[in-house]
Design a protein. Structure first.
Length: 158
C-alpha cells in the first residue's frame, strides 16, 4: 500500500514568536480562557482544571512545558481543547496558547523530520517541521506532549 499523499489539516497557534501546529482532527474546540482552578502538588506546567460542560479538563501551559516564560493572559490567549486517549478512555485536555492563527493543509511529503539541534523546544515533542513561507512550522505530537506519565506526575518526579 502506497503512503497517503492526502493533505492533513493543522490548527496553527503561537507561543511567543514561534508558530506551532496540531492535527486539527485532535482539536475539539478553542475557548476564551475560562476560570482555571489550581491543583496543588502537580508539575508547574499543569496550571489546573477547567469546567468543560460539567467535566473537569486539565489545562497545560505549553510554554512552561517547553521551558519558556509562563503564558501571559491577553485578549488573544486561548485554550485549545484536544481529545487524548488515556488507557482506552477519551479525555479532553486544554492547551494554553498565546493566540490561534488558522487551519492550514500540509501534504505528508512537505513534512520533514525535526532537527536534533537548534530548536526552541525538545524535538521529542515534535512529529515534524513544515515550511511556512520563509519560516518553519513546528508540528506537535500530541501523544508525546500529553503523555499520561507526565500529566500524572508529582512535581518532584518531572
Amino acid at each position: 500500500m502506497a503512503p497517503s499523499s492526502e493533505k492533513k489539516q493543522y490548527l496553527t497557534f503561537c507561543l511567543g514568536e514561534e508558530l506551532f501546529a496540531l492535527e486539527s482532527s485532535l482539536v475539539l474546540e478553542v475557548l476564551e480562557v475560562p476560570a482555571i482552578t489550581r491543583i496543588p502538588r502537580v508539575p508547574e506546567f499543569l496550571v489546573g482544571v477547567i469546567n468543560l460542560r460539567g467535566n473537569a479538563a486539565t489545562v497545560v501551559d505549553v510554554r512552561r512545558k517547553f521551558g519558556m516564560e509562563p503564558t501571559r493572559h491577553t485578549r488573544d490567549t486561548c485554550v485549545i481543547v484536544v481529545e487524548r486517549d488515556f488507557e482506552g478512555e477519551r479525555l479532553a485536555v486544554g492547551l494554553l496558547a498565546d493566540s490561534v492563527r488558522e487551519v492550514m493543509e500540509i501534504a505528508p511529503q512537505d513534512v520533514l523530520s525535526p532537527p536534533e539541534m537548534g530548536l526552541s523546544v525538545d524535538a521529542a515533542y515534535l512529529s515534524g517541521v513544515a515550511r511556512n513561507g520563509e519560516d518553519f512550522l513546528l508540528l506537535l505530537d500530541a501523544h508525546r506532549l500529553l503523555s499520561l506519565e507526565e500529566l500524572a506526575a508529582r512535581p518532584d518526579q518531572v
